[in-house]
Ligand binder design. Structure first.
Ligand SMILES: NC(=O)c1ccc[n+]([C@@H]2O[C@H](COP(=O)([O-])OP(=O)(O)OC[C@H]3O[C@@H](n4cnc5c(N)ncnc54)[C@H](O)[C@@H]3O)[C@@H](O)[C@H]2O)c1
Length: 277
């Protein structure tokens, strides 16, 4: 059952200090929801907390590493104790990586899988039981990516992590088909956020010029994260299953279904020009 009116609902957003998470926390706050904004460091959440409170709604800022199982358990308990079961949980926190497979170490695989996959798993594992026990309409949104529908060279670990999120979320959705929790998979396309800057893992062989080109591409072709945020609000109000949002997301999804050969050729061509291959 969709949640049409978000006023006074409890909405948890991970990775809320930046980009899509920040825009999403603000979009739900504008709907009158109480926000639980989580990110690695509490200080990084100060600006978004202030903006949310300026909208006249409460914000609980919480520092947690989504990859840390024990810390995520404590986080979910803290939210439960303060507010009861959340109405909406958005597992958004994630990190990127750029580098060819054989030119990268394996540590980045571990890091990406810990954050992008286990972070989402932890968010589901520790919040879902209380959401089910509380009853009533509840929504869970797992943020995957267009890369989870089709990969790019040099982003293999990222695509693998997002593919895992997408396919696992679909399985979880079936497990919970008779429950009160609606589950959505969110697949953003190219979004202009800091994901391609500070925390981006990069193989030593990637030249600065490629990185610079990538950042320019995201700035020029990427849409603002508010577009994804607005689509997530819509997804909760309409119980959407798969949210294809932002530039190229729907295109990648549809072309992949039509012709693997075509999308592979287009991606190889693009990647050569971008320096990813
Ligand atoms: N920007 C894009 O083009 C794009 C496209 C598709 C999917 N996505 C996905 O959207 C999500 C948000 O990305 P974004 O573009 O807003 O990036 P971003 O870098 O702007 O924001 C990510 C936030 O997650 C936080 N974070 C990172 N690791 C964390 C951890 N271990 N625990 C808690 N918080 C952590 C960061 O501190 C940051 O505030 C990610 O899952 C990303 O993979 C982004």
């Amino acid at each position: 059952m969709a949640i049409k009116d978000l006023r006074d609902k409890i909405v948890v957003v991970t990775g809320a200090a930046s980009g899509i998470g920040r825009a999403t926390a603000l979009a739900f706050a504008r709907e009158g929801a109480t926000i639980v904004a989580a990110d690695l460091h509490e200080g990084a959440l100060d600006p978004v907390s202030k903006e949310i409170e300026a909208l006249g709604v409460a914000c609980m800022a919480y520092a947690v590493d989504v990859a840390d199982e024990a810390a995520m358990k404590v986080f979910a308990e803290a939210v439960g104790e303060r507010f009861g079961a959340p109405h909406v949980v958005i597992n958004n926190a994630g990190i990127g990586y750029l580098g060819l497979f054989l030119e990268s170490d394996l540590e980045h695989w571990q890091r990406i899988l810990r954050v992008n996959v286990m972070g989402v798993v932890h968010g589901c594992y520790f919040f879902l039981p209380m959401m089910i026990a509380a009853g009533g309409p509840r929504n869970l949104l797992n943020v995957s990516s267009s890369a989870g529908n089709f990969p790019s060279p040099s982003m293999g670990a990222y695509a693998a992590s997002k593919g895992a999120v997408s396919i696992w979320t679909e399985g979880l959705k079936m497990e919970l088909t008779d429950s009160n929790v609606h589950i959505s998979t969110v697949c953003p396309g190219v979004i202009n956020t800091p994901i391609v800057r500070g925390a981006l893992g990069v193989a030593p062989s990637v030249p600065d010029s490629t990185l610079e080109k990538m950042r320019e591409y995201y700035q020029k072709e990427g849409c603002e994260p508010g577009v994804v945020a607005a689509d997530m609000v819509k997804a909760v109000k309409k119980d959407r299953d798969i949210v294809l949002t932002g530039p190229k997301a729907a295109l990648v999804y549809q072309v992949r279904r039509l012709s693997l050969k075509l999308i592979r050729a287009v991606t190889i061509d693009f990647s050569r020009k971008a320096g990813y291959l």
